[in-house]
Ligand binder design. Structure first.
Ligand SMILES: [Mg+2]
Length: 218
C-alpha cells in the first residue's frame, strides 16, 4: 500500500490516529456536558444543546484544542476533568507493533498534534509512547492548527524534512487536505479513529482501519 523505500520521515497524528478517539469523544460529548450541567444547575440534555453550537463554531481553530480557552469559556477545570477520566485513554490496536517496527528502521518519526500541551502531557504519561518519537510538536507552539495552510511551512522550518519523502498519517481530512496542498508526498487517513464507532468510508486518501495494513515492507 505504501512504498516504504521512498520514505525517510513519518509524521504521526495523536488523537484518532495513535490513540483511541473514544476518550476525546466521550470527554467532550458526555463528560463535559455532565459537569457543565452540574455547574449551571441545568439538565444534561440542555447542557448538550447549549454546548454543541459553541463547540461547532470553534472547529478547526487553534482555540478548539486549547484547554485554557475552554476552561475560561466554560468556567470548568478542563485539564483536571481530563485527568479524572484518564483511565479511558487508550492506544489503538496494533499501534505499538507499528511504532516498534518504525523505531527499528532508520526513519525519523515525529508526533505532530493539535493537542494542547496539558492534554499531550497527560496522554504521554498514560500511554508511555514518548520514547518512540524523535520529536513531538504541538501546533500550539507554532501558533496555528494543522488545518491551516501556513502551519506546514512553519513545521518544515522547525524540524526539516523533504516533502516528497515524508509520510503523514492523520484521521482528519481537513488536516490531510492542508498537508496535501503543501505537497507532503504520502498521505494516509485512518478510517476507524474511535474504537466504539463504525469504520468510516474515505474516498479522498488511502485509508487504514489499523496499522497492520502499513506494516508490510517496513
Ligand atoms: Mg486526530
Amino acid at each position: 500500500m505504501i512504498d516504504w523505500t521512498n520514505i525517510d520521515t513519518v509524521l504521526l497524528d495523536m488523537d484518532g490516529t495513535l490513540l483511541d478517539l473514544n476518550f476525546d469523544n466521550h470527554f467532550w460529548k458526555e463528560f463535559v456536558p455532565l459537569k457543565f450541567a452540574e455547574q449551571q444547575g441545568i439538565s444534561v440534555d440542555l447542557a448538550k444543546q447549549q454546548l454543541q453550537p459553541r463547540f461547532k463554531s470553534m472547529e478547526g481553530k487553534l482555540e478548539w484544542y486549547c484547554l485554557d480557552y475552554w476552561s475560561n469559556s466554560l468556567q470548568l477545570d478542563i485539564a483536571g476533568l481530563k485527568a479524572e477520566i484518564a483511565g479511558l485513554i487508550a492506544v489503538l490496536p496494533h499501534v505499538m507493533e507499528f511504532l516498534e517496527k518504525l523505531r527499528q528502521s532508520p526513519r525519523k518519526v515525529l508526533l505532530v498534534t493539535n493537542a494542547h500541551q496539558d492534554s499531550l502531557g497527560l496522554k504521554m504519561e498514560k500511554t508511555c509512547l514518548q520514547p518512540f518519537f524523535d520529536a513531538i510538536v504541538s501546533s500550539h507552539d507554532l501558533g496555528l492548527p494543522k488545518e491551516h495552510p501556513e502551519f506546514w511551512p512553519l513545521l518544515q522550518q522547525q524540524i526539516g524534512f523533504t516533502k516528497q519523502n515524508t509520510l503523514m498519517i492523520d484521521d482528519s481530512l481537513a488536516v490531510l487536505n492542508a498537508a496535501n496542498e503543501f505537497g507532503i508526498g504520502y498521505l494516509c487517513a485512518v478510517s476507524k479513529p474511535d474504537s466504539k464507532l463504525p469504520d468510516r468510508q474515505i474516498a479522498e486518501y488511502p485509508a487504514i482501519a489499523d496499522f497492520r495494513e502499513l506494516m508490510s515492507g517496513l
